[in-house]
Every structure is written in structure tokens, then in C-alpha cells.
Design a protein around this ligand. Structure first.
Ligand code: SF4
Ligand code: SF4
Length: 254
């Protein structure tokens, strides 16, 4: 069953250009699974927000969370290296990948229904709090629980294909064996204290090795949203993800 779901996701992304006119290109997705009963979900109420949802808030008989990473083809992050503001291609990739996630989750739902089970569509930003700048379903944290990757100093989830891409999650009552979470860190700083390239790349003095100023980061994202308002809502930046050792791979290795 695990392989079936992986194939459904990978094939959909591979053929997406045949059903939608898009400029973004994605590499083959990574897919992982968490048990809906994983006790780590309760920790999200401390780590993210006391109002963070549990899988059973979306689906009473939830069994599995499916998490996937849609890695961007390298020309997209490369376009975002220079300058203080995001590249147009980076902003386009954000908008188009949001739409892909919506469409992909609907497709997963249809395919799971055909197998006689259900899946629940979760919005990209569930109950987003515009003051605290957090939502009640952190796809990144959920993907961490599902073993998709580990957090870097840049606050992104570093996967085996790096952190330049987007994460989607969906919930189902289909039981699938959970993916094992790795012990070893994926971020060089967390692994051996080296690197910190994301800190040097930050364009708004947001990141240090001890802190992350969420408000200042969002301020930068809103500048980009203003620049790219002609192509949709693009509160993005991503300068600390590109041109760094964890952009396209896990720099620590297996
Ligand atoms: S750039 Fe280096 S320190 Fe920053 S998240 Fe990536 S590996 Fe970690
Ligand atoms: S997204 Fe931009 S402002 Fe936020 S930490 Fe990264 S480089 Fe800094």
C-alpha cells in the first residue's frame, strides 16, 4: 500500500505539466508516513501552538498522515540567489506549487476513495494567526513527525533532497506503516557546529544561531508580496534556503 501511495504522488507530479500550464518544474517527490496516534503530535501543542490540531480533529478515524516534499528543479533556487528581493521565478514557483498541492491532495483523495478509504483535505494555512504568524497545522512539523526530514538552523525542514521545495500533508483512515525517523541531524550546524551559511545569507537580520525573529522575517516576505502581487499572494523570501549546502541535499549524509 505504501508503494501504491508513493506511485500515485510521483506519477501525478511527473504528469502535471500535461494537465496544467505551469513554469515551475519539480524533481521526483519524497513521500513519508506517520501514525495518526504518534505521541509526538501532542508535543506540537508546546512546540508550535497550544491550539495546534491533532489528526483526529480532521478525521475521527484517522490512521495515517501522508507527508510529501516537492523539490524544485535547481534553476528555480538558483534564480533566487542574487539580490535582496525574491526572484520572479521563486515567487511563481510558490504560487504554482500551492496550486499543485491542492490539486494533488484532491487526486490522492480520489485514489484513496477508489481503494475504499477516505482522506481529508487540509488547507495550506489552517487557522493562520496573523499576529503570532503560526497556523494550527504546521505541515513542516507534521512532516518531521513523518520522518520526511529534520529541521535546519534556517527553520526549514531539510530532506534527503534538501529544503528548496514545498511540503504537503494529508490525512487518511488507510493504515500505512510509518516511516522511521532518523536519529542523525541533517543540518551541518546542528551536526557539528559548522556552516551557518543561512545566517550569513539572511537579508533582514532575522536569523542567528540562537534566535529567529518571525516578525522581521514576515516583514521581508510582505515586501516580496507587494512586488509580485500581479501573480497572486506571494509572501515569500527564501534567501536563506538558496546557495547553501542544504539547498538540494542532506549535507550531513546518511
Ligand atoms: S545553511 Fe548550513 S547551518 Fe543553515 S540550515 Fe543549512 S546546513 Fe544548517
Ligand atoms: S526567509 Fe528571508 S528574511 Fe526570513 S530568515 Fe530567510 S532570508 Fe531571512
Amino acid at each position: 500500500m505504501k508503494e501504491n501511495i508513493e506511485t500515485i504522488i510521483k506519477d501525478y507530479v511527473k504528469n502535471y505539466h500535461n494537465i496544467q500550464k505551469v513554469e515551475t518544474k519539480w524533481k521526483e517527490p519524497l513521500v513519508s508516513f506517520a501514525k495518526a496516534e504518534d505521541p509526538l503530535f501532542y508535543k506540537l501543542k508546546e512546540a508550535v501552538s497550544p491550539t495546534h490540531s491533532m489528526p483526529k480533529d480532521f478525521m475521527e478515524d484517522a490512521k495515517t498522515i501522508i507527508a510529501y516534499f516537492l523539490p524544485f528543479e535547481e534553476f528555480i533556487p538558483m534564480s533566487n540567489i542574487e539580490g535582496r528581493y525574491s526572484s520572479r521565478m521563486w515567487a511563481i514557483a510558490y504560487t504554482e506549487t500551492n496550486k499543485l498541492i491542492l490539486n494533488l491532495n484532491s487526486h490522492i483523495q480520489t485514489e484513496i476513495n477508489k481503494l475504499g478509504y477516505k482522506s481529508e483535505l487540509i488547507p495550506a494555512t489552517h487557522n493562520f494567526d496573523t499576529n503570532k504568524l503560526i497556523s494550527d497545522w504546521s505541515h513542516r512539523h507534521v512532516a518531521y513527525i513523518a520522518g520526511l526530514g529534520k529541521f535546519g538552523l534556517n527553520n526549514m525542514l531539510i530532506t534527503e533532497k534538501g529544503c528548496c521545495g514545498r511540503i504537503g500533508t494529508t490525512i487518511t483512515n488507510l493504515e500505512i506503516e510509518p516511516t522511521e525517523r532518523k536519529e542523525k541531524e541533517y543540518c551541518l550546524y546542528k551536526y557539528n557546529g559548522s556552516c551557518k551559511k543561512c545566517v550569513k545569507r539572511c537579508v533582514n537580520d532575522v536569523l542567528t544561531d540562537e534566535s529567529f525573529n518571525r516578525q522581521k522575517c514576515y516583514e521581508m516576505c510582505l515586501h516580496n508580496a507587494e512586488i509580485y502581487k500581479d501573480i497572486g499572494l506571494n509572501d515569500v523570501c527564501g534567501k536563506c534556503l538558496v546557495g547553501v549546502p542544504c539547498s538540494f541535499e542532506n549535507p550531513v549524509g546518511i
